[in-house]
Design a protein around this ligand. Structure first.
Ligand SMILES: [Zn+2]
Ligand SMILES: [Zn+2]
Length: 217
């Protein structure tokens, strides 16, 4: 048996076991609803607090915050999700022992809402990601204008939403449409490598734009 066949068999066996162990109460729709409600809620609320913003405020905050989001995504994979010394053991276990066993590059597909338990990031992920923007947002609000702080939060929550969306699209199989969509097709190709377990490129291929922005990351 080739290594690839072995990985596929192991993944199929894990899938069965994980599906059997999924509690009856689990609903993928609720899992997705929480992620959407939290991120969209932060975006809408912070947006509503912005008063007469200027183009300069958006430019000087949105660009650095987008890069910060990209860094947070990369660092999250590098230090928390793929690191045996992770300070968030639960996140490490969830990502490596669940997501990467349920999905390998030959088994990227998912079937039905109950598989979303392995597909979607756990509910604490969006909370943690968005919370990482609170210190810089408070600092911006105190040193410059409250608008800057709210814009920072809008960008960070939007980044997470985009990340979760692109990751989900990376698990949609046989889609010539998605394979033709610029950016989405790059992320999809990179994610196949990530699920294949490419060690050297693992962190950068897990990120949406790390590879685009920093090929050596
Ligand atoms: Zn994945
Ligand atoms: Zn990973």
């Amino acid at each position: 048996m080739t290594r690839e066949e072995e990985m596929t068999v192991r993944s199929q066996a894990f899938r069965q076991q994980y599906r059997d162990a999924t509690p009856r109460w689990y609903r993928g729709e609720l899992h997705l609803a929480f992620t959407l409600a939290f991120t969209v809620g932060v975006i809408v609320w912070c947006f509503s607090r912005i008063e007469e913003s200027t183009a300069a405020q958006w430019l000087w905050v949105a660009v650095p915050m987008f890069l910060f989001g990209n860094w947070a995504e990369w660092a999250g994979h590098r230090y928390l999700l793929h690191n045996t010394k992770s300070v968030l053991k639960a996140a490490y276990k969830r990502h490596v022992s669940t997501h990467h066993q349920f999905f390998v590059h030959t088994t990227l597909d998912y079937h039905g809402q109950r598989d979303w338990r392995a597909l979607l990031f756990p509910p604490f992920a969006p909370v943690l990601f968005v919370a990482a923007a609170v210190p810089p947002a408070l600092l911006l609000g105190a040193l410059w204008t409250p608008n800057a702080g709210y814009i920072a939060m809008v960008v960070m929550a939007s980044y997470y939403l985009m990340y979760e969306g692109l990751h989900t699209l990376s698990h949609v199989e046989n889609s010539p449409f998605l394979d033709r969509l610029p950016l989405v097709n790059t992320v999809r190709r990179m994610h196949v490598l990530h699920q294949q377990g490419h060690k050297v490129t693992s962190y950068s291929t897990s990120s949406c734009f790390a590879l685009v922005l920093a090929p050596v990351a």
